[in-house]
Design a protein around this ligand. Structure first.
Ligand code: 3H9
Length: 700
């Protein structure tokens, strides 16, 4: 049973005990219902306190139970709340640490609420693509007023208990305890003080009114519509709260909330967001590295290379209060690097995002050196030098000579073999890849590249430090391009074929941007620099002479059109501006190229564009899974959602493939393989994909 029952004198205490956050799964709900029945049957009990063990009152409905029979099984959350409301003895919620979603709704069903300071209070369901489905949209407006409640429900953001408790006229909390430590004592004393009060107060009896209801809700709808973009839940939250103010009875409002909740639960957007929630947390777990693996202490970090990447990497650690020593070969390079870091921080100060004193504290943690010997005290050394194996070799041989025993030696390589890099040292167990994405101080993604000999304690340490610097870390095995870049290469190849067959760059970009990508492949190429892809392809032509490529991107580079930095790429740019303007020269180049190849252009639908681009990611992702480069499909999704602008509401390529149905995905690939201008060999479904499709399953 994941709820406990104890009696202290004349007070019964029901304690939710479902770690980690007392999610309200079936057995916990049953435990509450049983405790309530027991307390009411015991004549010596005068009042009941409901609380949570460990680090939360409750984080809400058990997200892992969603979609299963257990979520619906009685007693469901609404039935438990009804039982609380109908209890014959007062029930006091003793709330601390976290009261979210169904947890807050549970508390709102109690007769009284005593809260500890510092507790995070929220109805965050909107972040999962749903709305509060156990009365939250009906009860919160009654205790906090319509506007505050609606703000909380539409944003899903947490508010601290002491702030809410001090709001004028609030009826959410009956008492703010002096401290989390005294909460239980104060809640029990409170319960005794109200033991004989009748009738028992119920939130449902309070009014929910807004003086200018129609105008207010109209205004909010317009605003929320603009912000919600691809997500249906925020507008439905408004509808549900509006129902609290217009329904003829409380129960009629509850019915409306239930309808909206169930409809949202069935949307692909909600499935995507729930997948994202679980995949994000699962990414930090490595199957053969248990959570109790010892970690190394990281008190001081060194970064080699003060370029854009090195500087961005350093800022992450400075932001987290960890001292950084930056090494360069020449004083001018160090100066330039320092100036860039200062400029970045100063821009944040100017925008009011960073306080001056915080900026100064961060800069005080940064030191520089030209001498490798100065890195001897660093616990973690991250190399961000030029992407060439000879350069990396020189760096790692020096590091091996100066780094203290047990220091972690990380490479920020995006393409090179981490095992080879490790072989330049006598301590391959200490070597790992930490592939940051540019700009490194902004992008959430960190690919942690696990070499054949990387120590488990090194991995555990790097995953923990990633959390500290607020990155989403995903483990990748060693292969060319790791997870993200290996997949994007296939996506880029498809973009090239689409151009050859009849699309314009703008048509491809528009189609995939309409699907939800932040930026299409051609605008992205112009931003990143088309010469980078060119250099990689030149290497590929040597390594894989049989691989089919469109030559349009090479022709573009031969014209010197590297992208925004040359004010000309797939598009034209006005110097200093980022607007992508169609280029007649590029169209001419593409048309000539088609003629040279004897291709008659055809009209290609947006649907085909999107499918070919996205399914190229899926097929390569399936190979990556099968080879064990990624240990689970959610990891691949996290890479794409946090590092490559894949639309959040689609849940990542592997999740999206499941939404399409893997059978349909395989059928589409067979169709694409028939196209003589495409790469038939690539479109053979990866064996794992074919097996799952045949078995009617999805990736896991
Ligand atoms: C809801 O309530 C619907 C109702 O309105 C209607 C129902 C009819 N369930 O984030 P962390 C796990 S919808 C199950 O790293 P933190 C999480 O998976 C729900 N598990 O910790 C992870 O597990 P693991 C509305 C949950 O300290 C572990 O807890 N509620 C739940 O940084 C630690 O998570 C929400 O949306 C859950 N509800 O933050 C709250 N919540 O160790 C979502 C967490 O196996 N949760 N877990 O990987 C949060 O915002 C944060 O997790 C929280 C803790 C603030 C609670």
């Amino acid at each position: 049973m994941t709820a406990q029952y104890h009696v202290h004198g004349d007070i019964a205490v029901i304690t939710l005990a479902n770690p980690p956050v007392n999610g309200l799964g079936l057995s916990t709900r049953q435990g509450i219902a049983d405790g309530l029945a027991q307390a009411q049957a015991d004549a010596s009990v005068k009042a009941i306190v409901l609380t949570g063990a460990g680090k939360a009152f409750s984080g809400g409905a058990d997200i892992k139970e969603f979609g299963s029979d257990k979520a619906l099984q009685e007693p469901n959350l609404n039935s438990v709340i009804a039982a609380l409301e109908n209890a014959s003895k007062p029930v006091v919620a003793a709330i601390h640490s976290v009261a979210m979603g169904g947890g807050l709704e549970l508390a709102l069903g109690c007769h009284y609420r005593v809260v500890a300071p510092g507790c995070s209070v929220a109805l965050p369901e909107v972040k999962l693509g749903i709305l509060p489905g156990a009365g939250g949209t009906q009860r919160l407006p009654r205790v906090l007023g319509v506007e505050t409640a609606l703000n909380m429900i539409v944003s899903g953001e947490a508010v601290k208990s002491e702030l809410l408790a001090s709001a004028p006229g609030q009826k959410l909390f009956d008492k703010l305890a002096a401290s989390p430590e005294s909460l239980m004592e104060e809640a029990q004393a409170f319960a005794r003080s109200v033991a004989d009060v009748r009738p028992l107060p119920l939130v449902r009896k309070l009014p929910a009114k807004h003086p200018q209801g129609d105008a207010y809700f109209q205004f909010v709808r317009n605003m929320v519509k603009g912000m919600a973009k691809n997500f249906p839940a925020p507008l439905k939250c408004v509808d549900a709260v509006a129902a609290a103010t217009t329904s003829r009875s409380f129960d009629e409002g509850l019915v409306r909330e239930r309808e909206l909740f169930l409809a949202l639960m069935a949307t692909p957007e909600s499935r995507a967001l729930r997948h994202l929630f679980l995949a994000e947390r699962a990414a930090s777990k490595i199957p053969d590295v248990p959570s109790d693996t010892p970690q190394r202490s990281i008190q001081a970090v060194a970064v080699i290379g003060a370029g854009t990447m090195g500087g961005g990497i350093a800022m992450n650690f400075l932001n987290a209060g960890i001292p950084v020593k930056m090494l360069e070969m020449k004083p001018e390079a160090l100066e330039r690097g320092l100036a860039t870091i200062r400029k970045n921080y100063e821009a944040q100060v100017k925008k009011g995002k960073l306080k001056q004193d915080k900026y100064e504290q961060r800069m005080a943690l940064l030191s520089t050196t030209l001498d490798y010997a100065d890195l001897a005290q660093a616990d973690l050394i991250i190399e961000a030098v030029f992407e060439e194996i000879g350069v990396k070799e020189a760096v790692f041989r020096q590091l091996d000579a100066v780094a203290k025993p047990g220091a972690i030696l990380a490479s920020n390589t995006s393409t090179l073999d981490v095992d080879k890099i490790a072989s330049f040292t006598q301590r391959p167990q200490d070597v790992v890849g930490m592939h940051f994405f540019s700009p490194a101080n902004v992008m959430k993604l960190l690919e942690v590249v696990r070499g054949a000999q990387t120590g488990k304690d090194v991995l555990a340490t790097v995953m923990a430090i990633a959390k500290k610097i607020k990155k989403t870390a995903v483990v990748s095995g060693v292969c060319d391009g790791f997870i993200g870049n290996r997949m994007i290469e296939q996506y880029s190849r498809q973009a090239g074929f689409l151009i050859e067959e009849g699309c314009t760059p703008a048509q491809v970009d528009k189609a995939i941007e309409k699907f939800g990508f932040a930026m299409g492949p051609f605008r992205m190429g112009d931003l990143a620099g088309n010469d980078i892809g060119w250099a990689i392809r030149k290497r590929r032509y040597q390594e894989k002479p049989g691989m089919k490529y469109s030559k349009t991107a090479d022709l573009l580079c031969e014209m010197g059109r590297y992208g925004q930095k040359t004010s000309a790429g797939w598009y034209d740019y006005v110097p200093g501006k980022r607007d992508a303007l169609p280029s007649a020269l590029v169209v001419e180049m593409i048309e000539k190229h088609r003629k040279d190849l004897g291709i008659t252009p055809r009209k290609i639908s947006d649907e085909e564009i999107v499918q070919r681009l996205v399914l190229s990611l899926v097929n390569e992702g399936a190979h990556i899974l099968e080879e064990g480069i990624a240990s689970k499909s959610g990891d691949i999704d996290m890479v794409y959602l946090t590092g490559y602008g894949f639309p959040l509401h689609r849940g990542g390529p592997m999740h999206y493939a499941g939404e399409l149905g893997l059978f349909n995905v395989v059928q589409a690939m067979h169709r694409f393989a028939q196209n003589p201008l495409d790469d038939a060999a690539f479109w053979q479904p990866a064996p794992l994909l074919a097996r799952l499709a045949a078995a009617g399953q999805v990736f896991n």
